[in-house]
Design a protein around this ligand. Structure first.
Ligand code: XBP
Ligand code: MG
Length: 237
């Protein structure tokens, strides 16, 4: 039986990575740094989940010789850049410009009305989830989700399964009673690592990823119903 749906955020609930990329570049400008992440570079950097981890990876890869910026070491500089970036992203997305991907709102509402539990398992920061979902689902958005696990509660980032394992534990569900929804290879690996059958809806940033092991790979959740999910869920066995 299917009892719960667990959603990734970035790329799955909404196509957010372009807004994240622009927010990173705004943070670099505000910090007076000459870094700039264009779309091809950001597509590559998205293989690292977590904004702080992505910044550290880029620094080690592109500027291994630079040990501090304006007297702050690497760790402090990254923390400051990520704070600037998160504020820039919140300002961009909090105004409601970014809508949910096609079919997401209808499926969430139908699933909630059908009594399915809804969870969120993401590597993004809680500020970003609230900015996106408050605008897209209204101020009471949190009541739709029984469990939210994010960068503030799960230290290990995707493809590590920690965020999904913690979500399952807090839902009180076995993986076999749930479906996961993801957009990326890291997300698929994390969900599969927790034993979850996973529906993939790629974005422009993740279209070239390897989705072997996905239960379904769909252009979007548009037209997807709870009845579809129940029949796909039966197949996974
Ligand atoms: C995608 C990510 C996040 C975002 C940036 O998260 O990997 O790091 O790219 O957000 P999801 P932060 O698991 O929802 O696909 O800067 O807050 O990490
Ligand atoms: Mg994602």
């Amino acid at each position: 039986m299917l009892y719960a749906l667990i959603f990734d955020v970035d790329g799955t609930l909404a196509d957010t990575e372009e807004a994240h990329r622009e927010a990173f570049n705004q943070a670099f400008e505000q910090a007076g740094m000459d870094w700039h992440w264009d779309v091809p570079l950001y597509t590559e950097l998205l293989q690292i989940s977590g904004g702080r981890e992505r910044l550290l990876h880029y620094w080690r890869q592109q500027r291994p010789d630079v040990q501090d910026v304006g007297g702050s070491g690497v760790r402090d500089t990254i923390a400051r850049l990520h704070e600037l970036k998160t504020a820039a992203y919140e300002a961009r997305v909090g105004g409601g410009d970014l809508s949910l991907r096609p079919g997401v709102l209808a499926l969430i509402e139908e699933a909630a009305n059908a009594g399915l539990q809804l969870g969120i398992a993401t590597t993004t920061s809680p500020v970003n989830i609230a900015a996106l979902l408050r605008a897209a689902l209204g101020p009471a958005w949190q009541h739709l989700f029984s469990v939210i696990e994010d960068a503030s509660t799960a230290e290990r980032k995707k493809p590590h399964p920690q965020v999904y394992l913690q979500t399952l534990r807090r839902l009180g569900r076995d993986a076999a009673e749930c479906l996961a929804f993801e957009d990326s290879a890291n997300g698929l690996q994390a969900a599969r690592g927790a034993g979850l059958a996973t529906v993939i809806t790629p974005t422009g940033y993740t279209a070239a990823h390897d989705f072997t092991g996905a239960l379904r790979v769909l252009p979007s959740l548009d037209g997807c119903t709870v009845a579809d999910l129940r029949s796909w869920h039966k197949e996974r066995a």
